[in-house]
Design a protein around this ligand. Structure first.
Ligand code: NOJ
Ligand code: CA
Length: 698
């Protein structure tokens, strides 16, 4: 047996070191080999063209020899997989999951340790992960660096944000690879550059386009018990290398065999729509672990929230904390507490009247007086309401109106404190019938030295989703690490923020008009975002004539975002009194669905525009959203997605002829026409504008 095994070993070492494998369509081909000194390397081509040049793979370990060289391929295993699955909530009712897989079993001959590399080749990209099988010589170990290279073949256009280990709330920079440099960033971006010491460190997902029109996206999937991957850039060599987010003492990941790294993904297509429509990141995650998913429901909600962001109300009871006074203690104490029983009832009434599912209330609990910037470990207990928030009375009132209350758990970064209180907080939610919570991680993480994107915090966010599932509750996190498809495994993790949301338009220089055309190519690949669209009063001067801030879109584009930014949790973020001023436009928000049978990406170009049509689940209505960047855009859309031989009433919400995001943003027109699947719809999007359409079968 032993003799046979060593003969086999020699045989495979000689023959297996360069087996190529293709995607099901054969468009994408992976080459893998070990170099003369035993370094694992890979390269990728698309339609015969080299996209990723030979790039090395490897791990550096703490106080142990590296897993970088000296490897031989001792075996390979291939399989073809076709495993469609049904997401609990999603953009489509059935997700196709079709790929070819190859595993390279590697032995580091000198140390006798094993490390495998598993590749999955999809039609829209390649994913690979490191596997550390159970073995005596590699049991418990610490990763000090992951050295995964992505060597690209040209000076592509990129959409990048700086490699802040604590936040992704940045505007995207559109530059060539050779121009990536954090030192050139506008420091007045509305957020302090928190923990960026390196000019050449950026975040993934990284969206790119080559000069010959190939779209490339570097990201990761299934980050579980592992830190988030950022990228180090060698701008003139077009080279990216993984950087794992460290813990407080500089270690990256603590693992015990058997263990895996997350999947490293490289999506490639010559059609940008393939990237935004791809379900590769979700597919690479484990199937759903929640047995009874009946408690997981999509939600359209409003909230006591924008009032604080525009400075009309405060989170804290004493009336000193608006979004701007939190950062500047000299500003005069503001107005009044938002989360009162009376105000909450007003929102519940409005939600019930207009068919919303839920109401979020921020600032309901004790702690907001000194929640920000003090670095206090113990700020909130998540169970003690302010005296003017009668939680019992509100729970009863919401129930009587058929409205679900959404809990708010701002942790102010004090994660140990949140974990200590979590079960008590969940018990309170259960007692008062709250089915969902929004969490927040504003500020530096406590325990000190940990980053939002480190392994400990990744485990925390995942643990919270699991604990919420135990209580049959849903969660939406803000300021967490950006998701990597974990909502397949825990679909009660409804949404996350983890990018620069609409809120920045209230109190900073905001999100430029191209922002929402990039998010579907980056942040949204990992899972739904709580972007909070639907702001109608675009200019903040309505609240205070001295204010210069504004939303960087037209009103019609705010409507279209409900369709272009997929999420089963959608907030209509503006104030009830503002919606009452524009009841005809508000009708679209009332009508639009949040869970989908099907989605068709009709047009897409990162940084420029996106048009998508979606069909509601359990119904015949379709909704279309089209958005553009700062440039006006005319386009014609074939309505061939509609059912044949049927007539539809199309209600079109569009920019008026004179609309413009900066000078005339609230100017819109609404018209109704009859269409069929043979019709062509002419769209006329103004600068920073958009169009939203609902189609109802006649
Ligand atoms: C930041 C969140 O993104 C925002 O939605 C929330 O209102 C504040 N933190 C306070 O928790
Ligand atoms: Ca935020």
């Amino acid at each position: 047996m032993k003799l046979f095994f060593s003969i086999l070993l020699i045989f495979v070492i000689n023959t297996l070191h360069s087996q190529n494998i293709q995607s099901p369509s054969k468009n994408i081909e992976l080459q893998f080999s070990v170099s003369n000194d035993g370094k694992p390397t890979y390269s990728i081509s698309f339609k015969g063209k080299n996209i990723v040049k030979q790039s090395t793979l490897g791990m550096q370990l703490k106080e142990m020899p590296a897993l970088e060289s000296g490897f031989s391929i001792i075996n390979t295993e291939t399989k073809s997989v076709n495993e469609p699955w049904k997401p609990v909530l999603g953009e489509v009712a059935v997700i196709q999951n079709i790929y070819n897989q190859i595993t390279y079993f590697l032995d580091q001959i000198e140390t006798g340790r094993k490390m495998n590399v598993i590749f999955k080749i999809y039609d829209e990209g390649v994913a690979f992960r490191y596997e550390f099988p159970r073995q005596e010589k590699l049991n418990y170990f610490i990763i000090s660096d992951e050295k995964t290279q992505f060597n690209l073949t040209g000076n592509h256009k990129t959409f990048w944000i700086p490699g802040d280990f604590d936040s992704q709330e940045y505007v995207y920079n559109e530059t060539k690879i050779s121009e990536i440099d954090n030192s050139k960033l506008d420091m007045n971006n509305g957020i302090a550059l928190k923990s960026i010491k390196d000019n050449y460190r950026i975040q993934s997902p990284l969206m790119m386009k080559s000069t010959d029109g190939i779209y490339i996206n570097i990201f990761e999937a299934a980050v579980v018990n592992y830190p988030i991957m950022h990228l180090n850039v060698l701008p003139n060599e077009f080279q990216f290398t993984s950087i794992l987010v460290p813990n407080a003492i500089g270690n990256k990941a603590y693992l015990q065999t058997p263990a895996f790294s997350p999947w490293r993904t490289i999506m490639i297509s010559d059609d940008a729509r393939d990237i935004v429509a791809s379900k590769m990141i979700l597919n690479l995650n484990e199937p759903c672990k929640i047995e009874d998913t009946s408690f997981i429901k999509p939600m359209k909600y409003i909230g006591i929230w924008w009032e604080m962001h525009v400075g009309k109300a405060t989170w804290d009871y004493t009336g000193s904390q608006t979004a701007s006074t939190a950062q500047n203690k000299d500003l005069k104490p503001a107005v009044k507490h938002g989360a009162t029983t009376e105000n909450t009832k007003r929102y519940i009434d409005f939600a019930a009247k207009h068919g919303f599912d839920g109401v979020l209330v921020e600032g309901w609990n004790v702690g907001w007086e000194d929640w920000f910037g003090y670095g206090k470990e113990y700020v909130f207990d998540f169970i003690t309401p302010y005296p003017d928030f009668n939680i019992q009375e509100i729970a009863d009132y919401a129930k009587s109106k058929g409205i679900k209350m959404i809990m708010h758990h701002e942790t102010s970064g004090s994660v140990a404190n949140y974990e200590r209180h979590l079960d008590r907080a969940l018990n309170l939610m259960e007692k008062y019938g709250y089915p969902a919570a929004k969490s927040g991680y504003v500020g530096k993480i406590i325990p000190r030295g940990e980053y939002h994107d480190g392994q400990t915090m990744v485990n925390h966010y995942n643990f919270v989703a699991q604990r919420f599932a135990d209580y049959k509750m849903m969660i939406n996190s803000h300021e967490s690490s950006r998701p990597t498809g974990y909502s397949r495994t825990y679909p009660n993790y409804l949404a996350a923020e983890a990018a620069r949301g609409n809120e920045f338009n209230a109190w900073s220089n905001g999100n430029p008009p191209m922002h929402e055309t990039i998010l579907p190519f980056t942040r949204l690949l990992g899972g739904p975002m709580d972007y909070t669209p639907g702001i109608f009063e675009i200019k903040m001067s309505v609240y205070d004539s001295s204010k210069k801030e504004q939303v960087h879109t037209t009103l019609a584009k705010q409507l279209a975002l409900f369709v272009t930014m997929y999420s089963p949790l959608q907030m209509a973020a503006d104030l009830p009194e503002n919606y009452e001023k524009y009841p005809d436009a508000f009708q679209f928000i009332k009508d639009v669905a949040v869970d989908w049978q099907d989605s068709k990406y009709l047009e897409a170009e990162p940084g420029d525009y996106i048009t998508v049509a979606r069909k509601e689940k359990n119904g015949e209505r379709w909704f279309l959203g089209a958005i553009t960047d700062e440039n006006a855009r005319k386009t014609e859309i074939k309505l061939d997605f509609l059912s044949p031989n049927k007539k539809y009433k199309a209600t079109i919400y569009q920019d008026s002829k004179t609309a413009d995001w900066k000078n005339n943003p609230i100017s819109y027109e609404i018209k109704t026409i009859e269409v069929s699947n043979k019709s062509i719809l002419k769209l006329n999007l103004k600068n920073g504008g958009g169009t939203a359409v609902s189609f109802e079968m006649k």
